[in-house]
Design a protein around this ligand. Structure first.
Ligand code: DAH
Length: 376
């Protein structure tokens, strides 16, 4: 009987030696140490012996049992550690490895510039308004102190929209009729007189001036940003571009207010070191009128003779002036009580003058070339 216990121990140890995973280990436990296992059988057998024999054997049995259980426990620890190490090897991740990013798009630089410009003006109380981009000649020219056939109109190389000659009664369902309804919805009912003239693709955003005054609410502090159209295409011009138009109408408005507003914008958009300068000019809708220049961000006026960007330290941005009394009258505002200033700039031009843009051909903005757009 004693040798059976010894044999049991030897068999167990031999088998234990070959085990390499938890599954096999569990099988081994059932086979040798389980309720119906080999050890249990031996114990049962031992129970049949006479008491004195049992006492002698009991000690041996205990010894074997303890030794076997200890060996088993030790093997279990080793197997578990080996398995865990293997799993760690297999499922290893490098948490410091850079992640893979979803490819997100972004706004076109012109859209970003429009949002930025609106934001800058909203901070000083200019609300964004919208005037039609296809509008009557009256709003684009005539109400701005440019009578029909006035030569000043030639400065805006305007696209005209074809419509039934001389009439504003459009045939039902035509494109003209649709535009006509859109325009009426955008403004108060069209006055019977003056004559609204032909439809034009707005060559500037100044059509918003009289339209805003016609709403009849003073004071006015508005910014209109919209698409504009001119028959032109070269490195600094595209046929479809954007302008922003500012208009302020109130009592006691001075050129100082205009200059302050422009300087504020120049610093907010281009950077704190930039300043503006007003140069006398002529527009029919402002008196006096100015062209606005901004100090050059490249040479900062220091080496302007050599600068490839500016003229004598300055870059030309847009037009401005004090609103002409005839324009105020056209908008139903009394020039003896109220006055104001206005300015109008191109968005693409403004964008191209931002430091770091280095945009030497404005047409690139509309080439739909992703390699270009992704740079911003
Ligand atoms: N509308 C002018 C243009 O397109 C720019 C302009 C000049 C706008 C003077 C104004 C202004 O509001 O007062 O060239």
């Amino acid at each position: 009987m004693q040798s059976k216990f010894q044999q049991f121990k030897t068999d167990f140890e031999a088998q234990l030696h070959t085990v390499a995973d938890r599954l096999k280990l569990e099988e081994l436990r059932t086979q040798f140490l389980g309720r119906k296992g080999k050890l249990a059988e031996l114990m049962k057998e031992m129970g049949l012996l006479a008491q004195d024999q049992r006492q002698v054997l009991g000690a041996v049995a205990n010894e074997v049992k303890t030794a076997v259980e200890a060996a088993f426990a030790q093997k279990e620890t080793t197997v578990r550690a080996q398995e865990d190490a293997a799993a760690a090897q297999r499922e290893w991740i490098d948490v410091t490895e850079p992640g893979s990013w979803p490819r997100a798009g972004h706004l076109h630089p012109v859209s970003t510039a429009i949002a930025e410009i609106s934001d800058i003006f909203s901070r000083i109380g200019f609300s964004r308004v919208r005037a039609p981009e296809v509008d009557w000649d009256y709003y684009a020219f005539e109400s701005l102190n440019m009578p029909k056939d006035h030569p000043a109109r030639d400065d805006w190389e305007t696209f005209f929209v074809k419509q039934a000659a001389g009439s504003r009664q459009q045939a039902a369902g035509t494109e003209d009729e649709r535009i006509h309804h859109e325009l009426q919805a955008a403004s108060r009912p069209l006055p019977a007189s003056p004559d609204m003239g032909r439809l034009v693709l707005t060559p500037h955003t100044s059509n918003s001036q009289v339209r805003e005054m016609e709403k009849g609410k003073l004071p006015i502090r508005m910014i209109n940003i919209n698409r504009t159209y001119r028959r032109q295409s070269d490195v600094t011009h595209v046929p479809m571009f954007h302008q922003f138009e500012g208009l302020l109408i109130d009592k006691d408005v001075t050129i100082g207010n205009l200059k302050g507003t422009l300087d504020y914008f120049a610093k907010a958009y281009f950077g704190p070191s930039r300043v503006t300068r007003l140069r006398p000019h002529h527009f029919r809708f402002t008196e006096p009128s100015f062209e606005i220049d901004i100090s050059c961000g490249l040479c900062e006026g220091k080496d302007s003779a050599m600068c490839r960007l500016c003229k004598a330290g300055w870059l030309e941005l847009g037009g401005a002036g004090m609103v002409h009394p005839n324009v105020l009258k056209a908008g139903g505002v009394d020039p003896k009580v109220h006055g104001g200033f206005a300015f109008g700039w191109g968005v693409e031009r403004t964008l191209s003058m931002k430091s770091g843009m280095n945009l030497d051909d404005i047409r690139l903005l509309y080439k739909n070339d992703l390699r270009f757009v992704r740079q911003f």
